[in-house]
Write a protein that binds this ligand. Structure first.
Ligand SMILES: Cc1cc2nc3c(=O)[nH]c(=O)nc-3n(C[C@H](O)[C@H](O)[C@H](O)COP(=O)(O)O)c2cc1C
Length: 480
């Protein structure tokens, strides 16, 4: 069954031992984020969990973080599939998007606080890099609308709280939220904007897919949920918002108004520079009774942000390659530590012609903001670092199989390796490593399959400890 809302999902997570509650009252200015940092910095991926802070000083709302993107396992639970089926689930949802359904009423509007009564400080908005960030930040889904085409867009753009009714939004040029806002601001009109906090998981995961402009992520969310996402009219702005969300913040981006934004700890692991960013005035906060606030943990990777962006955009890349006729690619894995942007992507494929591996690598460089592309044969488990190293050590010749693509400008301004001090950047580059096998190296140096299977029976007979056969071993034995 798809999760109806965030509460359903948190309950499932807890049943699986993947949600930990903190009952002690916490100070949102440092404690929740600092604990989440330990979770992501110290625990191996398989052991990570979401955090639910039940009591936050100064607010009567609970606060959750890490619950969606603690690990591949939590993302799989959010999608209702096994971790190994995440790509297939995303690909199927992209192939079968489901349009949203408009409803008259939504729980997200059980309580409406508008106008002068709005106080962002009533919400438990954390400081995410305590001691370094300028202040509290909203890190969640942002909804905007194109004034001309009227299509809506969802993206996550960090939002700095300036005071109780004003925020500065990291709406970077080129990002679709920026393009939507510009269609209003260019006419001298305020741009409608809404922050969606703790909607059903499908909405959160769809939001980070880098879809083309004009494609509303809400239809992908419907595909992921397997049912239309219910949307309700926002109370004070011209937008439709997820009816089952815990909290909606409504506002308008003001023409010609900017404020210095930052410093803020960025996803790449360094403090981001201060720069002028668009300012929005908050017009309303609507919420469920006793709502749960949600903020993504980002900043130093690995993080929730890098985990969800990598996993969702791997499925999107696989589907895009298939749509382009590159069905020789069977699997895609984006490393979970850099967020689907500037990261390392590994593709498994069956090359059809000499040079096919490199061609796929170059194509991926063109299609995506990923920085390093490794291509291997599909007898390699691309999620297994040991197997990947073996492929690179045994099937890759640096002089023959490397391609460097120079002078790439976009979006390298996000890349700390080429960004210069004032926030501009030098041109960046990309790397393709084609580690597909080009010459026949002969048979694997493992006993044949029948001998290995007899040995497995012997292993059990003599009482050696049980183990799960890794995919790496299975793939090798199949070819032995
Ligand atoms: C926690 C988190 C914070 C993010 N912050 C930003 C941000 O401040 N600016 C930005 O351009 N992208 C940010 N992103 C990435 C975008 O939200 C993501 O790439 C999204 O697909 C962009 O949507 P768009 O293509 O519709 O603009 C963030 C992602 C996450 C998960």
């Amino acid at each position: 069954m798809p999760h109806r809302d965030m509460r359903d999902y948190l309950a499932v997570l807890e049943q699986h031992g993947k949600l930990k509650r903190v009952a002690k009252e916490v100070d949102r200015l440092w404690e929740p984020a600092a604990l989440a940092k330990w979770m992501f910095q110290a625990l191996p991926e398989a052991d990570r969990f979401g955090l639910l802070f039940e009591r936050v000083a100064g607010s009567d709302m609970a606060l959750a973080t890490g619950a969606l993107g603690a690990s591949s396992e939590t993302v799989a639970l959010a999608l209702g599939c096994e971790p190994a089926a995440i790509n297939a689930t995303v690909v199927a949802a992209l192939a079968h998007p489901v349009a949203p359904r408009e409803v008259e009423r939504g729980v997200c509007q059980e309580v409406v606080v508008a106008g002068d009564r709005v106080r962002l400080s009533d919400l438990p908005i954390p400081v995410w890099t305590p001691g370094k960030d300028v202040g509290p930040y909203i890190t969640t889904i942002v909804v905007t609308r194109d004034a001309v085409t009227r299509h809506q867009n969802m993206g996550v753009y960090r939002t700095q709280v300036l005071d109780d009714r004003r925020v500065a939004i990291n709406l970077a040029p080129g990002r679709q939220g920026f393009r939507c806002a510009k269609t209003w601001l260019d006419q001298g009109k305020p741009a409608p904007i809404a922050w969606v906090i703790a909607a059903e998981p499908a909405v959160h995961l769809a939001t980070v897919a880098n879809l083309k402009y004009g494609h509303d992520e809400i239809e992908l969310a419907g595909g992921l949920k397997g049912a239309p996402i219910e949307l309700v009219k926002a109370k004070t702005v011209d937008l439709m918002v997820p009816a089952h969300a815990e909290i909606i913040i409504e506002g308008e981006v003001l023409p010609g108004e900017t404020a210095p934004e930052g410093p803020f700890g960025e996803f790449a692991g360094y403090m981001g520079p201060v720069a002028p960013k668009p300012v929005a005035r908050i017009t309303a906060i609507t919420h469920r009774t006793k709502p749960i606030f949600y903020g993504y943990t980002s900043q130093m990777p690995p993080s929730e942000s890098t985990t969800i962006q990598s996993l969702v955009n791997a499925g999107l890349l696989l589907k895009t390659l298939h749509d382009l006729g590159e069905t020789s690619v069977s699997d895609v894995y984006i490393d979970l530590t850099f967020g689907g942007l500037l990261a390392h992507v590994v593709l498994a494929m069956t090359p059809r012609v000499p040079g096919h591996g490199k061609r796929i690598g170059r194509l991926v460089c063109d299609l995506t903001p990923l920085k390093r592309v490794t291509v291997v044969d599909d007898d390699v488990d691309i999620r297994d670092p040991v197997h990947l190293e073996w492929a690179l050590n045994s099937r890759f010749d640096p002089a023959r199989d490397t391609e460097i693509i120079r002078d790439v400008f976009v979006p390298m301004y996000m890349d700390p390796s080429v960004r210069v001090a004032d926030g501009r950047s030098d041109p960046g580059s990309k790397l393709v490593l084609d580690a597909t096998q080009k010459i026949d190296s002969g048979s694997f140096s493992l006993p044949p399959r029948d001998v290995m299977m007899k040995a497995l029976a012997l292993w059990r007979e003599v009482g050696l400890p049980e183990f799960a056969i890794p995919k790496r071993a299975r793939l090798r034995i199949e070819r032995s």
